[in-house]
Design a binder for this molecule. Structure first.
Ligand code: NAD
Length: 443
């Protein structure tokens, strides 16, 4: 099939590359000329395991192209995927300007039947808005061309995006059109060989499914963080509690790790956007509000623990920070707990020496050069002259540590572990003061 993808970010790039990899012909179009130039040079602007070689192979095979030329891209594909950003507006609702702009572009240039597939995460009712924009744009041209709009939300997670796209549990398609059903079946057939993954439903249900999935996962995280905070006050160990409840198959182990709050480009904005949808229809979404409030409070906890460890005297202190990305295996720092921590430390006159296996460049792009931020190229370089160590992201490379070396190197033996990576006894027996999440040893 010939497929056009609008947006070459995490979702667009992975979707385009994976669809090319199973034999479709794909054109990815983006308004960011620099991104397209880099992609055409063979550079991948994001870090996603396995993506670089897959892009290279499919470009070489002539199945994957990158362009800024929207007009030719509209002519190219029968399927026109919209995979552009839907960032939060000031009130927390999803800003649809990029999505609707793409709809307008498609309407302006299309000359034959197209299926417009919305892959961006968008509030319920957006497919209708995309339909309206297309209709209006075609009318303004005096063109009478048939088209369909469908919803096909994406469930991939950064860091395992290719695996998720190719082996995901389900492919949700919201449509009431038989032609769309056939087209989407053909598009996803290579991923649908062993058992039926395609789930067809109406567009509104498909749009809501995406928000419901993210809100559920965010709820699990905020729930365990609430329990973890209770455990701190009650002298219990949230890690034991996690094992205890996870063993119940009705609960399971996924997404119940006590930590320093969720970040990233999806959970915070999607929980907010769903809450805003609720407000707009006059429904008080009490659980969603609580999920967000718990998370905002959780993201301040690393700073609070440090602040208390140093008797509120952080001025002039140097803090080693491991992990800038909002989670492992990505360079994405959007809404990362590390940012909340660094910004609070800087406000109080402390300096940060940070290491992340992939996100240093992104950190430099966000914060620029500053005297109170050193980005180390090796994990242990951050410890030189540091007063304390804080762990924000559970990268595998942080799991094994020589605690004696840590104790000898840090000026004060303070370790704040936002991801509960270590056995408290091992850390403490090296003479370190260890503050983890919900482990009965809170300050
Ligand atoms: P992103 O910011 O990484 O990429 C969006 C891209 O769209 C950018 O490169 C931007 O330049 C481009 N763009 C903007 N306007 C355009 C236009 N008119 N024409 C062509 N390109 C245009 O965003 P992302 O993380 O890929 O997310 C895209 C959507 O998918 C969002 O709605 C997001 O919520 C959703 N989503 C994201 C993830 C994720 O893990 N990142 C997972 C599932 C769903």
């Amino acid at each position: 099939m010939k497929i056009t993808i609008f947006g070459s970010g995490y979702v667009g790039l992975v979707t385009g590359t994976c669809l090319a990899d199973v034999g479709h012909e794909v054109v990815c179009v983006d308004v960011d000329a620099d991104k397209i130039t880099r992609l055409n040079r063979g550079e991948v602007p994001i870090y996603e395991p396995g993506l670089e070689s897959m892009i290279r192979d499919n470009r070489e095979a002539g199945r994957l192209r990158f362009t800024t030329d929207a007009e030719s891209a509209v002519h190219f594909g029968m399927l026109q995927f919209i995979a552009v950003g839907t960032p939060p507006d000031e009130d927390g609702s999803a800003d649809l300007k990029y999505v609707l702009k793409v709809a307008e572009t498609i309407g302006k240039h299309m000359s034959e039947y197209k299926v417009v597939v919305d892959k961006s995460t968008v509030p319920v009712g957006t497919a209708d808005k995309v339909h309206e924009v297309l209709e209006r744009t075609l009318e303004a041209r005096g063109a009478e061309i048939d088209f369909d709009v469908c919803s096909n939300p994406e469930f991939l997670k950064e860091g395992a995006a290719i695996e998720d796209f190719t082996k995901g549990a389900r492919i949700i398609i919201g449509t009431d059109s038989e032609a769309v059903r056939r087209g989407m079946r053909e598009c996803y057939a290579p991923y649908n060989r062993n058992h039926e993954k395609l789930m067809f439903m109406d567009m509104r249900s498909a749009e809501l499914t995406k928000y419901a999935a993210n809100a559920m996962l965010a709820t699990k995280i905020s729930f365990i963080n609430e329990i973890s905070n209770l455990a701190e006050h009650l002298g219990a160990d949230a890690e034991h509690v996690r094992h205890g409840i996870g063993s119940d198959p009705r609960i399971g182990y996924h997404f119940i790790y006590p930590g320093c709050g969720y970040g990233g480009s999806c959970f915070p904005k999607d929980v907010q956007a769903l809450g805003q949808t609720a407000t707009e229809i006059g429904y008080e979404a009490q659980l969603l509000e609580a999920v967000e409030a718990v998370n905002l409070r959780q993201k301040t906890k690393l700073f609070d623990k440090l602040d208390q460890a140093f008797d509120r005297d952080l001025e002039g202190k140097t803090i080693a920070l491991w992990g800038l990305a909002f989670k492992p295996n990505t360079d994405d720092m959007r809404e990362a707990p590390s940012r909340e921590l660094m910004e609070a430390l800087w406000k109080r006159g402390a300096k940060v020496q940070a290491f992340d296996p992939e996100a240093a460049e992104e950190c430099r792009r966000i914060y620029g050069e500053r005297d109170d931020l050193i980005l180390a190229t090796r994990r242990n370089d951050t410890l030189e002259g540091a007063d304390a160590l804080v762990i924000c992201t559970e990268w595998k490379a942080f799991r094994t540590v020589d605690f004696d070396h840590l104790q000898r190197t840090l000026r004060t033996p303070v370790v704040v572990d936002g991801r509960n990576l270590f056995d408290p006894q091992s850390v403490k027996s090296a003479g370190l003061l260890y503050y983890a999440m919900g482990r009965g040893d809170s300050l």
